[in-house]
Design a protein around this ligand. Structure first.
Ligand code: ADP
Ligand code: MG
Length: 250
C-alpha cells in the first residue's frame, strides 16, 4: 500500500462547490500523504485555487468530505475550529502581502508571538534560522519595500514556516515575479521539499513541477482530468488536452 493510502494529511472525497449557480468544483478526489509534494496544474479558472481554499477552510463545499490533519474540515461550524486548522497550514500566495510597516524579522515573528505566545527571543532565534534557510540572513532589519519581489516572496515563505506548519500550500508563488527572481524562490521551495515538508503547489512552472513532485494533478473545468507521477503526466499521458497544456501549447 502506498504512503498516500496509509498516512494521509489531506483527503478530499467527491467535493462539489458552487458559487451561486456557477459550479467550480464538480467532484474532486485528492489524497496527499505526509511528506509528499503534490503539484496541481491546469488552465486558469479550472478550480486550482479553490481546492487550496477548501483545504484551508476559506470556502466550504456544498457536498463531499474534506479531512485535513485529522480534522473534518467540511463539518466545521465555527471560526475557532478553522483558526486551529489554519495554524498548522502555511499558505503562500502570488501576492506576498507582507506587513509594509514591519521589518522582515517582525513580519516573521508577529504570528508566533501573538498567536502561539512564543516569547520574543525564541521567536527571533527561529526567525533568524528561517532567514538563513531562505538565504536572506542579511535582510532581517530591512522593510519589505526595500526588497525585490523574489526576496519578499522568500520572506513570505519564512513567515509561513514560522508557525511550524504540518503542510504548506503554494498558490502560483512565482507568477507575479520578474523572471530573474523566479529561480531563487523555486530554489527555496526545492530545499523545503527535499527536507520532507508536505507541500501542495499550484504552479505554471512545468519543468519545476516535473522535477520536484511526487504526484502531479491536472485539473480542468472543476474536475481532476488525471493524476499520477510526473512521468505519467508530463511524458506518458495520452490525453490530448494534457499533452497540449504541458507542452505549453494551450
Ligand atoms: P484557478 O485557480 O484554477 O485559476 P479558481 O479556483 O480561482 O481557478 O476559480 C475557479 C472558478 O471559480 C473561476 O471560474 C472563478 O471565476 C470562479 N470563482 C472563484 N472564486 C469565486 C468567488 N468567490 N465567487 C464567484 N466565482 C468564483
Ligand atoms: Mg488560481
Amino acid at each position: 500500500m502506498s504512503q498516500a493510502q496509509t498516512n494521509p494529511i489531506v483527503e478530499l472525497a467527491n467535493v462539489h462547490l458552487a458559487f451561486g449557480s456557477t459550479e467550480v468544483l464538480k467532484g474532486i478526489d485528492l489524497t496527499v500523504a505526509r511528506g509528499q509534494t503534490v503539484s496541481i496544474i491546469g488552465p486558469s479558472g479550472s478550480g486550482k485555487s479553490t481546492i487550496l481554499r477548501c483545504i484551508n477552510a476559506l470556502v466550504a463545499p456544498q457536498t463531499g468530505h474534506i479531512t485535513v490533519n485529522g480534522m473534518r474540515v467540511d463539518q466545521m461550524r465555527n471560526e475557532a475550529e478553522r483558526i486551529k486548522l489554519r495554524q498548522k497550514i502555511g499558505i503562500v500566495f502570488q501576492q506576498y502581502n507582507l506587513f509594509p510597516h514591519l521589518s522582515v524579522l517582525d513580519n516573521i515573528t508577529i504570528a508566533p508571538i501573538r498567536i502561539l505566545g512564543v516569547d520574543r527571543a525564541e521567536a527571533e532565534r527561529h526567525a533568524r534560522d528561517l532567514l538563513a534557510r531562505v538565504r536572506l540572513s542579511e535582510k532581517a532589519q530591512m522593510f519589505p519595500g526595500q526588497l525585490s519581489g523574489g526576496q519578499q516572496q522568500r520572506v513570505a515563505i519564512a513567515r509561513a514556516l514560522a508557525m511550524r506548519p504540518d503542510l504548506v500550500l503554494f498558490d502560483e508563488v512565482t507568477s507575479a515575479l520578474d523572471p530573474e527572481t523566479v529561480g531563487e524562490v523555486l530554489a527555496v521551495i526545492r530545499d523545503l521539499v527535499k527536507e520532507g515538508m508536505t507541500s501542495i503547489l499550484v504552479t505554471h512552472e512545468m519543468r519545476f513541477a516535473e522535477e520536484i513532485s511526487d504526484v502531479v494533478v491536472f485539473t480542468e473545468n472543476g474536475l481532476i482530468v488525471d493524476q499520477g507521477s510526473p512521468e505519467d503526466i508530463f511524458q506518458k499521458s495520452t490525453n490530448a488536452r494534457i499533452r497540449r497544456f504541458v507542452n505549453g501549447l494551450a
